[in-house]
Write a protein that binds this ligand. Structure first.
Ligand code: DGJ
Length: 744
């Protein structure tokens, strides 16, 4: 049963005591604003769901300028800074009118603010609340009603005053093969920023998301938390102010487009809509905040977010550019024999002048490589189908190499300054195409359109992007609009994606940016999943997947089993651990299956079959984090998923490195029905028919949650499993997956 259905009926967004106080509520959150005509728009409250009178009585209401502009209180943080054509950059915003609208699951308050100093400027700020998940979102629309251009120098989406002077911040940082590391720090005094600056692979280095624990702690199951994320394909910026003296509330968060190098010239009679910034408030810790974001993502933001995703084999880590027909054919057959559901040909399948044999050439020439695939890709598609599988293919359509037919024909299509040598990307010869150029937009659309027209039975596309926007100069935009580029690049990409989705609403498209470089919800209305990381070391991936899942749900995150030896960390990790780590998200494989020995093949087939059994819970269940790999001794981690009815759950437990005589951890489960009894079953034990001791036991949800379990096998120094060869000789990397099924 959907436990939000009943509450959803109670959701109202209504005029309250004062006709100009607006209350927007989700099932468990409330936002209050005052919008008196001719006055400043005031933010009053955001927190747990509450009656206005109660909140007023508690003294928890604030009266903070909900959308401050530079000009009236210049030392305080401002959301808007607009330069008029005569150079005046002061504004005073007052409410002109306000309006409530309700569409499916969403109630929106729109408030039009007019600049009393400049009649040409008005800003519409929008606040929306969902009735089926605890998410509110904010954004702003800037209108230049005059004839002359104006320049938006700061144009934030959201302003969130917080009545706590003791916040603890969770943020993510990382880079290629080391994405989204979680760090938790006291919110620094003064100003702190999370800014993304790379223009295209916008989630490398920083992620435009945060969580704040409000009472001096940020815990999993208790303490109030506000989490937020900027939903934008371009550079984002979140500002935190921890300086009550300046701003009148202890803490302030603002977020939206990164204004750095992005003065946006808005022509007369035109407008710019800023991206949405999404927030959730949780009374019971960051676990609840995560689940609210995941629920929203699956239902409202991630394309086809409630559909089951296939187990696939991607050719990249197995053969890299060597996508010869023979290799592809073998991999397809071998993966089908393991129970695979899709084969994806990665980079290397295209180009003839020269063929794409390495990362230095040929991007832009999307014709099939005759040398490697003399019979084209039709036989590969048919072979996949004949083996009961689907077929997918890789592209990197926003890019070009100097050594390509495309560049020779259209050198003017790239982003670069005309007067000096650009900074090149991968291989020293890669450049980003100038997506602001309509001809380039047609070309990029055509890459997808041509493929899907020629092969309508391509089920899946991997859309890669391996270059940052290093050369922020457009040969298409006029000089005076160059600082619009970061924003216009993102808007142009969105335009292309909308066009693709209008024609191809169903094709599954995975987003990739050298791994998880585009982990941002702004992309996700157009993509069904994201390649989380190129990191093939399963232990390393626990940290990455854990970091990502603070904000992004398991079914959005692709996780593939690589070979035993990870060339990126030079660690050997046994096959069971590798499968158990990848199985916490959307499972796939990325290796040459024929290189597995017989015992490993047997294990892989069993693990894939078992994943299909637990998949509905893993891909759609609610996430509960039990033991963090980032905390404590860091030698264990554990998490679980529980389905909506709480009658099925799947628990993942990992012991990382081995230490002699190490003690076990108690894993206290969460999210179960305390009154239900659950039978436990080990999923895909290392040796078939020999599960861990707890498998087969029936225990109440209450005891599982209050007392927890220990899995002694996890701390044992194992005897060698000869069948799995040298990889099994070490004691590191033990893992167990348990399925819990309610006894009815
Ligand atoms: C970077 C991606 O992250 C990899 O998975 C792979 O697709 C390569 N690009 C191909 O060049």
């Amino acid at each position: 049963m959907n436990r939000f259905l009943t509450t959803a009926l109670l959701i109202v967004a209504a005029f309250t005591a004062s006709a100009k106080d607006y209350t927007l509520s989700t099932p468990n959150n409330t936002l209050i604003l005052s919008a008196e005509e001719g006055q400043t728009l005031y933010f009053r409250y955001y927190g747990s769901r509450a009656e206005v009178a109660d909140i007023a009585a508690t003294g928890r209401m604030v009266k903070y300028n909900a959308y401050p502009a530079f000009g009236t209180n210049c030392s305080a943080p401002y959301a808007a800074l607009v330069k008029q054509s005569n150079g005046d950059n002061s504004s005073k915003l007052v409410v002109e009118k306000s309006q409530l609208t309700t569409t499916d699951h969403l109630t929106t308050l729109s408030v039009w603010l007019k600049d009393v100093a400049h009649s040409n400027l008005s800003i519409k700020v929008n606040y929306s609340a969902y009735d089926d998940c605890d998410i509110i979102k904010m954004n702003a629309e800037y209108f230049n009603n005059g004839k002359k251009p104006i320049v938006l120098q700061k144009y934030m989406s959201a302003v969130m005053p917080i009545q706590s002077d003791n916040c603890v911040l969770l943020q993510l940082e990382g880079t290629i093969k080391d994405e989204v590391n979680e760090s938790i720090i006291p919110l620094p005094a003064g100003q702190h920023n999370i800014s993304t600056t790379t223009g295209s692979r916008v989630a490398h280095y920083a992620n435009a998301s945060f969580m704040l624990g409000l009472d001096g702690r940020l815990e999993e199951q208790s303490c109030p938390v506000i989490a937020g994320t900027v939903v934008w394909m371009g550079n984002s910026h979140i500002e935190f102010y921890n300086t009550p003296a300046v701003q009148g509330v202890p803490t302030l968060v603002m977020g939206g487009i990164n204004p750095s190098a992005s003065d946006y010239t808005l022509a007369g009679k035109s407008s710019l809509t800023t991206p949405e910034m999404v927030f959730t408030y949780a009374t019971n810790g960051k676990g609840e905040a995560t689940r609210s974001l995941h629920r929203w993502a699956r239902r409202h933001q991630l394309l086809h977010g409630t559909k089951t995703r296939e187990v696939l084999l991607n050719s990249w880590e197995g053969v890299h550019f060597d996508t010869r027909e023979e290799n592809m054919t073998d991999m397809t057959r071998d993966f089908a024999a393991l129970g695979g559901e899709m084969f994806v040909v990665d980079d290397g399948w295209f180009g003839n002048n020269p063929p794409r044999d390495n990362g230095k050439t040929t991007l832009g020439d999307w014709d099939i490589c005759k040398k490697k695939l003399p019979n084209g890709i039709r036989p590969l598609i048919d072979l996949a189908h004949n083996n009961g599988m689907k077929f997918g293919i890789w592209i990197e359509p926003e890019m070009v190499n100097l050594d390509s037919e495309l560049y020779r024909k259209h050198p003017e299509w790239v982003l670069r300054h005309p007067d000096f040598e650009p900074t090149y990307g991968r291989g020293g010869g890669q450049l980003l195409l100038d997506l602001t150029n309509p001809q380039v937009q047609d070309f990029v659309f055509g890459v997808v359109d041509n493929l899907l027209t020629a092969y309508p039975d391509i089920y899946y596309i991997k859309w890669d992007n391996n270059m940052t926007l290093n050369n922020a100069h457009s040969l298409y935009l006029p000089t005076e609009l160059q600082s619009n580029l970061y924003v216009d690049f993102a808007l142009s990409l969105e335009k292309i994606l909308k066009r693709i989705r209008a024609k191809y609403p169903e094709v599954v498209i995975q987003l990739c940016a050298s791994g998880g470089g585009r982990l941002n919800y702004g992309f996700m209305p157009y993509f069904q999943e994201m390649w989380t990381s190129d990191q093939t070391d399963a232990y390393h991936r626990i940290l990455i997947q854990w970091g990502a899942m603070n904000f992004y749900p398991s079914n959005m995150l692709a996780a593939h089993v690589g070979s035993a030896y990870s060339k990126y960390t030079q660690r050997l990790i046994p096959i069971k651990f590798r499968f158990d780590v990848a199985s916490m998200c959307r499972l796939g494989m990325e290796m040459v299956p024929s290189k597995l020995n017989e015992a490993e093949r047997e294990y892989a087939a069993r693990a894939i079959a078992e994943y299909k059994v637990i998949r509905p819970v893993v891909q759609q269940g609610e996430l509960y984090r039990l033991v963090s790999p980032y905390e404590g001794k860091r030698d264990f981690s554990s998490l679980m998923y529980v389905n909506e009815d709480k009658d099925r759950a799947v628990l993942f437990a990992y012991r990382h490195l081995y230490k002699y005589a190490m003690s076990n951890v108690i894993i206290r489960l969460q999210g179960l029905n305390p009154d239900a009894k659950y039978t436990i079953r080990e999923v895909a034990p290392e040796v078939a028919g020999k599960p861990v001791a707890i498998s087969g036991k029936t225990i109440s949800g209450r005891t599982l949650m209050n007392e927890g379990i220990v899995i002694p096998e996890l701390v044992k120094g194992y005897t060698k499993n000869a069948a799995l060869g040298d990889v099994r000789a070490g004691n590191d990397f033990r893992s167990v997956i348990l399925e819990l099924t309610e006894v009815k």
